[in-house]
Design a protein around this ligand. Structure first.
Ligand SMILES: NC(=O)c1ccc[n+]([C@@H]2O[C@H](COP(=O)([O-])OP(=O)(O)OC[C@H]3O[C@@H](n4cnc5c(N)ncnc54)[C@H](O)[C@@H]3O)[C@@H](O)[C@H]2O)c1
Length: 483
């Protein structure tokens, strides 16, 4: 069967569905893209006249939305209409780790995927190509197929039929538009060759053919999980080495540079930081762990679980360094936290290292002033599950009463007064240009900068007389002293 593709529906208007469909719409002006979501508020924001209100921040997204929205790209909550008129339906809904029941803490919760498949089964007409865009455990396509094929046989509509494909998304938040524009590869897994070619034709408008890979559906599902597991593993590897650097006098940036020159290793993804975050890495590795355990491959499961364990340990380690350097106590000390998003150029805070680190610091009694150029105070409150102290009075009574510390939010960077320390957690560009010679005048001496992202201007910090700790830098004061 040859497929004629005119209309496309995407279920899920999140960090993947939104930018992915926007890019496709900009490249394929002859196709209509309907992006639908059950979250009315999110859809309202996607349709907001003021583009600074879009629900997600990605460099380059606003420009593409201006070009496409209302022309061949539409955001709505009318799921029924979008599915019934679509030739292709992308399922791009959330797949978080299950919090209860069988597989809790490791396997993915597929309830949103299942609900989407049922909606497709109910509303579709004619032949529909159903594409798994969400990251899914291996063999999820079987679940989707079962739901769709049973609709095929039980439906009163005579002409409905489906082909299921896997087309995982490899974009990284913060560089989503660039990644979608020039992807390293596009992966299409499936059995129905004509459906695979129909999907490929959309990508071929802007992606070179040799970058479009065809596999069977299970390899495609597993390749996405494996890809994220390998990336996270690299971060845990370099972060574990940063701890060794600090006690031996080595510098992790020099080690990264040296090993990155080996073409077998490569230089990307070798920056140490406060530990990986984002909605995907931890969830996808735990999924892999669950899969391995399910098949009795316990050594494999332990190997991958180690990557997550190191990440948790590493985040705790940063809090401990701060406490140790601030003379063993941070109770009632003001600490400025620079960055809450899990990485720069996104407003996403899911699994951000900042959540755990800030919670730990507050538990130790610190008074935090948190800055982030894109994350809102409401989001931080939601993540920390600790109410913001927005009175601006950070010292004294409140913290004694509460015993634990507190936090407040500031969008501007005029926040160094009375601070004992500054902790850099996200690599936002503006943090590279802080005038430390001015900041130091307002801080409590001796004062510290803890740079977990290696971005501050070292010379300026030192010249200002501020003590500096950089992640993985053993070259300063610890030089050989621990031997
Ligand atoms: N965020 C990333 O960087 C990234 C990258 C690659 C792959 N992925 C994968 O893509 C998938 C989506 O991730 P995301 O970050 O976009 O999630 P998200 O939470 O930002 O968005 C998912 C959206 O789906 C909507 N939704 C859920 N059930 C629905 C239903 N039945 N009908 C209509 N809408 C529904 C939700 O309301 C939400 O807006 C996940 O499987 C994730 O693992 C994410």
């Amino acid at each position: 069967m040859n497929f004629s593709i005119k209309k496309i529906c995407c279920i899920g208007a999140g960090y993947v569905g939104g930018p992915t469909m926007t890019m496709m719409a900009s490249k394929c002006p002859n196709l209509i893209f309907n992006v639908v979501d059950i979250n009315e508020e999110r859809i309202k924001l996607w349709n907001h006249k003021d583009l600074s209100k879009l629900p997600i921040f990605e460099p380059g997204l606003r420009e593409l939305i201006t070009k496409t929205r209302g022309k061949n790209l539409f955001f709505s909550t009318n799921i029924k209409k979008a599915i019934s008129t679509a030739d292709i339906v992308f399922i791009s809904v959330n797949t978080p780790t299950k919090i209860r029941g069988l597989g809790a803490g490791k396997s993915s919760d597929l309830k949103w995927v299942e609900a989407s498949a049922r909606e497709v089964a109910r509303y579709s007409e004619g032949h529909t190509i159903v594409v798994e865009k969400s990251t899914l455990p291996v063999r999820t396509a079987e679940v989707i197929q079962n739901i769709l094929y049973s609709a095929e046989t039980n439906s009163k509509k005579e002409d409905i039929s489906f082909s299921v494909l896997s087309n995982p998304e490899f974009l990284a938040e913060g560089t989503a538009i660039k990644d979608l524009e020039t992807p390293d590869r596009v992966l299409i897994g499936g059995e129905n060759e004509m459906a695979m070619l129909a999907l490929s034709e959309i990508y071929e408008v802007w992606v070179p053919k040799d970058k479009i890979l065809f596999t069977n559906i299970w390899s495609s599902e597993l390749a996405k999980l494996t890809s994220n597991a390998f990336l996270a593993q690299r971060i845990s590897s370099i972060n574990s080495i940063s701890a060794i650097c600090e006690v031996t006098g080595a510098d992790v940036r020099e080690v990264s540079r040296a090993i990155g020159r080996d073409s077998r290793i490569g230089s990307k993804f070798l920056d140490s930081g406060p530990g990986f975050g984002g909605s995907c890495f931890k969830k996808d590795i735990l999924n892999l762990v669950y899969l391995a355990e399910y098949f009795g491959l316990n050594e494999v499961a332990n190997f991958w679980e180690g990557v997550v364990n190191i990440n948790n340990w590493h985040q705790r380690r940063i809090t401990e360094v701060v406490i140790k350097k601030l003379y063993g106590t941070i109770s009632e000390k003001k600490i400025v936290v620079l960055g809450f998003a899990f990485k720069a150029n996104t407003n996403d805070t899911r699994e951000s290292a900042a959540i755990k680190i800030c919670k730990d610091l507050i538990n130790e009694g610190a008074n935090l002033v948190i800055n982030d150029p894109k994350v809102s105070a409401e989001q931080i409150e939601n993540d920390l599950q600790i109410e913001e102290n927005s009175s601006g009075k950070m010292k004294g009574e409140a913290s004694i009463k509460n015993k634990t510390g507190q936090w407040s939010f500031s969008r501007d960077l005029n926040i160094f007064n009375d601070a004992h320390a500054v902790l850099v957690l996200t690599e936002w560009e503006e943090y590279k240009h802080i005038k430390w010679d001015l900041a130091v005048k307002e801080m409590v001496k001796p004062c510290w900068v803890f740079d977990a992202r290696s971005i501050v201007d070292i010379e300026m910090v030192k010249k200002a007389g501020i003590k500096l700790w950089r992640l993985g830098d053993g070259s300063e004061e610890e030089k050989m002293t621990n031997f």
